[in-house]
Design a protein around this ligand. Structure first.
Ligand SMILES: Nc1nc2c(c(=O)[nH]1)N[C@H]1C(S)=C(S)[C@@H](COP(=O)(O)OP(=O)(O)OC[C@H]3O[C@@H](n4cnc5c(=O)[nH]c(N)nc54)[C@H](O)[C@@H]3O)O[C@H]1N2
Ligand SMILES: Nc1nc2c(c(=O)[nH]1)N[C@H]1C(S)=C(S)[C@@H](COP(=O)(O)OP(=O)(O)OC[C@H]3O[C@@H](n4cnc5c(=O)[nH]c(N)nc54)[C@H](O)[C@@H]3O)O[C@H]1N2
Ligand SMILES: [Mo]
Length: 747
């Protein structure tokens, strides 16, 4: 096994093909339809494309796994977007990564290929096993695979010697069974993708409004008169959100985008579902604030200071529902505007313009995503946004509220089901009452803590329900070493990925059904707390695939026998029984089986009745210390982001159409005058050198409009640069959007 960095600096086809053009000024439109169909037909063929794409997000169809944006009440006959079509095509592909693939190549040879190439091998078809120290994976029976896992788990000194990761595609039913199994086994080591994603949002919101979720519905978004879109690129990552923004816009809403980059999706949107949209498009953002990377805490502190100065405060709301106003006012009165200028890179006039917009608005919605959550000061930044929304009384009324835009299609549902390393005592009480066995109370490990525990030899078995742990995690080389130090790594997956190729002493790949494939009805919860069913319709990619629910229940039976009273075999046969257990265990699910077919919205006290389940029953205004990241001479502050042709670590293609980049991903975007200052020409090939000599090799410099001192590169190629211990305070989320780097010319 090679011990160097796990992501090789290779691209297929050769990186010489890389082309850079001008960034686009509009999104979607005909090019999006063409791109969607090209991907779909390329992977699935014509007939299968039509059969599959017409089922996306329909009442009788399956929930699109492209993102967690909700579906409208009135569904369009094509309720999906370009990137949803790519996500579907990627799963419903006719290509197969069967035992022949693993016979032909050693594990190291596969690991030397790019993520793009690995993903394009197709769907996994058989359970595969890497024997101790073996060079290759070989097929294994399901039964033997379960036995191997049971033996390794039994050999641990303590149940805390294993960790059980979850990615956010897992259905509610599978997630519920999975956490029940893990807690019956005896640990809360349930790290999940949320730890790297919206954990900072959950922490800030729970802290201040008493629930770790947003407070708006789709109707609120469309009824708002002002929408802030902060640190989010919906044109690529939530394209269906653009339709909602367009509808809001038609009703006269104003939109402000706050982002170091001027993303095409927020400029002009050509709605492919209407002729007018295709021909003319709608200008979405009225105001764009090119904030410096990591500058949002300063920006929102400054805006809040201005609103207080102008007395643009909803004093009734604050007096009735909030605490901490006087302390916040005193804190913001001391705001240092030089710090604000340094952190945001914005003129005071531009910040005042944002304050004007907020002051004029009766119904404001603030949307945000990874541009805010993946910084050291992320939790404080989101609390500052809560301050804004509370002081303006923008919670619990139509057209207003907080809207963290979730990523994975069921990441929010997984949390509701208990995929969480820090469950509350109340949650565990409910679960114990419903399932009848005692649950561990001590908090478990999140993603970063799991990596540290593997490194230090405390966690010896890692099992993952989906995802790509290695490539999603920070500090790729450190994570790879940690994984290699374990006794067993197990991945339940639909397609091969890098995590399968950097193994423990033994390793298993267990192939599972995807969303598109025939199984019993499952349910998911979207970003706005709506729960509904999802029905796969395609024949499974291979006869050897098992559903996630089945895998969990069979494994639980093997590992636990009848140690706890859960009827695993019955759960596996009839998911209705799992939903009955969910109904007993988790508030808000009464009548679950009867209601899930049509869908329903979970209770949300702040939204529904302006009730805040905090210690005092009031929403908390908080004083947050400014935390300004200084960029030393010769350095840049790098954010790691998604291209238009990827879903997290799954690379659909090598283009980032809206940003004008084609046929390559190893690029670093830098402002032209910063390049001049650094003495590096556009087009130069450089290594990115991160903290403590961490290095990502061979990136082409692209001159691009981004604020002074900032840079951008794609995830996961740049993950090697993110130190394991560089995390958001309080939430532990890797600070993958503020990495100090320098550029080093290739010798
Ligand atoms: N097609 C597609 N859809 C997806 C995904 C995908 O990979 N592909 N991933 C899914 C998942 S899991 C998630 S979490 C979401 C992610 O959705 P996004 O959050 O939109 O994803 P990122 O590409 O990480 O983009 C972050 C945006 O934040 C901006 N940004 C970076 N740093 C800062 C900052 O300091 N301040 C501000 N204000 N902005 C900043 C970047 O310029 C970029 O526009 O999308 C989901 N949907
Ligand atoms: N530097 C940097 N790092 C980041 C981020 C960033 O912005 N910058 N973003 C972070 C974020 S927001 C997230 S959410 C994480 C994502 O982290 P993960 O969720 O771990 O990663 P994905 O790439 O979404 O996982 C893709 C794999 O999931 C498997 N899969 C797909 N569908 C299914 C299914 O239905 N069932 C099962 N069992 N497996 C399936 C496939 O094998 C596929 O290879 O990455 C994080 N890492
Ligand atoms: Mo995410």
């Amino acid at each position: 096994m090679s011990s160097i960095g796990a992501v090789p600096a290779v691209e297929d086809p050769g990186e010489n093909g890389l082309k850079v053009g001008a960034p686009k000024r509009a999104s979607a439109g005909v090019p999006a339809v063409v791109a969607a169909l090209r991907h779909a037909v390329g992977q699935m063929g014509v007939r299968r494309s039509v059969r599959t794409l017409t089922k996306v997000n329909q009442a009788q169809g399956f929930d699109c796994m492209g993102c967690a944006w909700p579906e409208p009440e009135q569904r369009h006959h094509a309720e999906f977007c370009e990137n949803g079509a790519k996500a579907v095509a990627e799963e419903a592909t006719r290509l197969r990564a069967g035992p022949e693939l693993f016979a032909q190549w050693t594990i190291d040879e596969l690991a030397a290929r790019s993520d793009y190439w690995i993903g394009k091998r197709g769907r996994l078809t058989h359970p595969m096993w890497r024997a101790p120290g073996a060079e290759r994976y070989v097929p294994i029976d399901w039964d033997d695979a379960y036995t191997l896992i049971a033996e390794e788990l039994a050999a641990l000194d303590t149940p805390d010697g294993a960790a059980f990761y979850t990615s956010g595609r897992t259905s509610n039913e599978a997630a519920f069974a999975w956490q029940a199994f893990v807690r019956a086994f005896g640990t809360n080591n349930l790290p999940d993708c949320s730890n790297m994603c919206h954990e900072s949002s959950g922490r800030a919101l729970t802290d201040t409004i008493g629930i770790g979720k947003g407070t708006v519905s789709l109707d609120d978004v469309e009824a708002a008169d002002l929408l802030l879109v902060v640190g989010q690129n919906p044109g690529t990552n939530h394209p269906r959100m653009l339709s909602s923004l367009e509808r809001a816009k038609r009703r006269g809403a104003r939109i402000v985008s706050i982002n170091p980059l001027s993303e095409a999706g927020l400029a002009r949107f050509r709605n492919p579902q209407s002729l007018r949209g295709v021909l003319r498009g709608t200008q979405l953002a009225d105001l764009h604030l090119p904030v410096r990377v990591n500058g949002d805490l300063a920006l929102f502190s400054a805006v809040n200071a201005l609103l207080i100065e102008r007395d643009a405060i909803d004093h009734d709301f604050v007096a009735t529902h909030c605490e901490g106003f006087d302390a916040l006012r005193a804190h913001l009165a001391k705001l240092d505007w030089d710090d604000v200028a340094r952190a945001t890179g914005l003129e005071r006039a531009a910040i005042a313009e944002l304050a004007d917009e907020l002051q004029a608005s009766e119904r404001t919605v603030v949307c945000w995503a990874m541009g805010l959550t993946q910084h050291r000061n992320a939790v404080a930044t989101i609390r500052e946004i809560v301050n804004l929304v509370l002081m303006r009384g923008m919670i619990g009324k139509p057209g207003a509220g907080l809207c963290p835009v979730r990523g994975h299609s069921n990441v929010q549902g997984d949390r509701t089901m208990g995929i969480w390393e820090r469950p509350t005592p109340a949650f565990l009480d409910g679960m114990e009452a419903a399932l009848g066995f005692p649950m561990p109370r001590e908090h478990g490990l999140d993603v970063v803590e799991t990596i540290e525990a593997m490194r230090d030899g405390h966690v010896r078995v890692l099992m993952a329900m989906g995802g790509n742990f290695l490539s999603a995690a920070p500090d790729t080389a450190a994570t790879a070493d940690a994984l290699r130090g374990t006794r067993l790594t197990v991945h339940v997956a639909t397609k091969p990925n890098r995590s399968h190729l950097v193994c423990g002493r033994q390793a298993l790949i267990l192939p599972t059904l995807g969303r598109t494939e025939r199984d019993q009805l499952v349910t998911v919860e979207d970003s706005m707390s709506a729960v509904h069913g999802s029905n796969g319709t395609l024949a499974p990619a291979s006869e050897h695939l098992r559903s996630e629910v089945r895998i969990v229940c069979e494994l639980a039976e093997r590992v636990l026998g009848d140690r706890v009273g859960v009827p695993w075999p019955a759960w596996r046969e009839d998911y209705d029984l799992i939903r009955d257990a969910i109904e007993r265990a988790i508030p808000g699910f009464s009548g679950f089986n009867a209601r899930c077919r049509d869908g329903f919205v979970l209770p949300n006290p702040p939204r529904d009745e302006r009730r805040f389940e905090t210690a005092t029953g009031r929403a908390r205004l908080t004083a947050n210390e400014l935390d300004v990241l200084d960029i030393p001479d010769g350095h840049l502050l790098l954010q790691t982001m998604r291209s238009h042709d990827q879903f997290n670590t799954t690379i659909y293609g090598l283009n980032d159409r809206y940003r004008g980049i084609r046929a390559g991903r190893r690029v670093v975007l830098v402002r032209p005058d910063d390049l001049e200052r650094l003495g590096i020409a556009d087009g130069t090939v450089v290594d990115l050198v991160g903290p403590a000599g961490r290095r990502a090799e061979r990136f082409r410099v692209v001159a691009y409009d981004t604020p002074h001192g900032c840079a951008a590169a794609y995830y996961p190629e740049a993950n090697a640069l993110v130190p394991l211990d560089s995390v958001a305070l309080e939430s532990g989320t890797p600070a993958s959007k503020s990495v100090l780097i320098r550029l080093e010319r290739q010798a």
